[in-house]
Write a protein that binds this ligand. Structure first.
Ligand code: EPZ
Length: 420
């Protein structure tokens, strides 16, 4: 598990190179099964969600090699469709193997990915889309069994613009006869990144980033080399680290165009922001301004993954803010932990009221999920005294060396694993 120990009060200043996006690379790793050839992914973050997914690829018969930020997968040796049970339960994103394995093998059984701290996270939209393509699906208490004689291209209407369901459907549709059109598709940049990877191996796919995506398989695939897009949530986390410590930061290797809503909100909080092609500069105000009302929503609205991180910042503001979490039914577990640090957050199911306080104080707190853990680290950077953030494993799922980057900006932070 491990924990982070942070001595707060240091003003952060400096520059950070943003890593590749976790939520872009995970579906691309599933897609790397399609071509039965080599895929080279550059700017690939070294995080546990990626290493866990690479274990699944190896269990399926693929070869995987990492050299620094370059990950090379060869799926020519894929020889089974069995995602290891423990992996499927540990990694929610293992559900992204369902569509591609069904397409490749005609039959796949996968353990149901568990819910998690932020919500039940059902997969009904994924399964209904696969049924529309011709899959027969039987659910037991613990598994999802899918078979398909042939997958047939068709029009699929997603009831909600689910990121994962859009990705799963794109991957299954490659193997369907004829064209598939996905309506009400998710528009996140990570969907566009998946499309660009699929195009690079020879799939005919268009429309990612819009509500309508067109896919038709091709059968003749190629080797590929793609650069993973920058992680917009990691970037937002570092911007907030500077903002919550009255500091300033220069982010490199970042596509600010994917972060317009976050940047708009940071400037409403009083931050000075300047953007260039692949960089963002932020200078914090002396005091963070409160925000009347912030709602999370599907892209390009304010990202739910940034909600815990923004909440930390708002606990230090000069007034009262309200956040409405519209994406997940239980994504305020960090509020109680922030209150242990002297914050004043009153959170019900989907609404949180944050009254800014003069000073957070160091405390021992528990990360309950990836972004909640990051939010608590940020609060610790601001707090007077020492903060211990337990369950560091959650943070390591999505942040590549966060303690090294924050230390480089002047933070007093260290990671301690279970032993010391
Ligand atoms: C992706 O999860 C991200 N994960 C999440 O990031 C992110 O919070 C989420 O999209 C929303 O942007 C990855 O990309 C690996 P959804 P996903 O399907 O695909 C409901 C992080 O911190 N829903 O868009 O699971 C669901 O319950 C993680 O990096 C159904 O009801 O999100 C939720 O309320 C956390 N039925 C809403 O839709 C379904 O079949 C959004 O879920 C699927 C989803």
């Amino acid at each position: 598990m491990g924990r982070y120990i942070i001595k707060g009060g240091k003003r952060l200043k400096g520059e950070v190179m943003v890593n590749g996006s976790k939520n872009a690379v995970l579906p691309i790793l599933s897609a790397s099964l399609i071509n039965g050839k080599e895929s080279v992914l550059t700017n690939c973050p070294d995080i546990t969600d990626v290493s866990f997914t690479c274990e699944i690829l190896k269990a399926l018969g693929c070869s995987v090699k990492r050299e620094g930020k370059i990950l090379t997968i060869n799926s020519c040796g894929i020889n089974n469709a069995s995602v290891p049970k423990d992996m499927a339960e540990k990694m929610r994103s293992s559900i992204l193997f369902l569509g591609v394995l069904l397409g490749k093998f005609g039959s796949v059984s996968i353990n149901k990915p568990g819910g998690c701290a932020i919500g039940k996270r059902p997969v009904d939209i994924h399964l209904d889309a696969l049924k529309a393509l011709g899959a027969n699906i039987v659910e037991t208490d613990t598994t999802i069994e899918c078979t398909a004689e042939n997958l047939l291209g068709t029009d699929i209407y997603l009831p909600f613009a689910s990121v994962g369901a859009t990705e799963n459907t794109m991957l299954a549709a490659v193997f369907a006869k004829g064209q598939t059109t996905i309506h009400n598709a998710a528009k996140e940049p990570e969907i566009w990144a998946l499309q660009e990877y699929m195009k690079s191996i020879g799939v005919t796919v268009e429309g990612a980033g819009t509500p309508t995506i067109f896919i038709s398989g091709c059968g003749k695939y190629k080797d590929a080399e793609v650069d993973i897009i920058s992680d917009r949530i990691e970037a937002g986390t570092y911007l907030t680290a500077a903002a919550i410590t009255k500091g300033e930061i220069f982010l490199k290797n970042v596509s600010w165009i994917y972060m317009c809503k976050t940047l708009e909100i940071m400037s409403e909080c009083g931050c000075e922001i300047k953007v260039k092609k692949d960089s963002i500069y932020l200078k914090a105000p002396k005091k963070i301004k409160p925000l009347n009302l912030i709602r999370t929503g599907v892209y390009p609205n304010f990202a739910t993954d940034m909600q815990p991180i923004l909440m930390s910042l708002l606990t230090t503001s000069s007034g009262t803010s309200i956040i409405i979490e519209q994406m997940f039914e239980n994504r305020f577990s960090h509020a109680d932990e922030l209150n242990k640090m002297g914050a004043k957050v009153s959170a019900q199911t989907r609404v949180a009221i944050i009254d800014g306080v003069k000073q957070l104080k160091g405390a021992e707190v528990n990360a309950t999920d990836l972004r909640a853990g990051a939010a608590l680290i940020l609060a610790g950077l601001n707090a007077k005294g020492t903060t211990i953030v337990n369950n560091a494993n959650f943070v390591k799922r999505g942040y590549d060396n966060i303690e090294k980057n924050l230390h480089g900006l002047g933070a007093e932070i260290k990671f301690c694993d279970g032993e010391n």
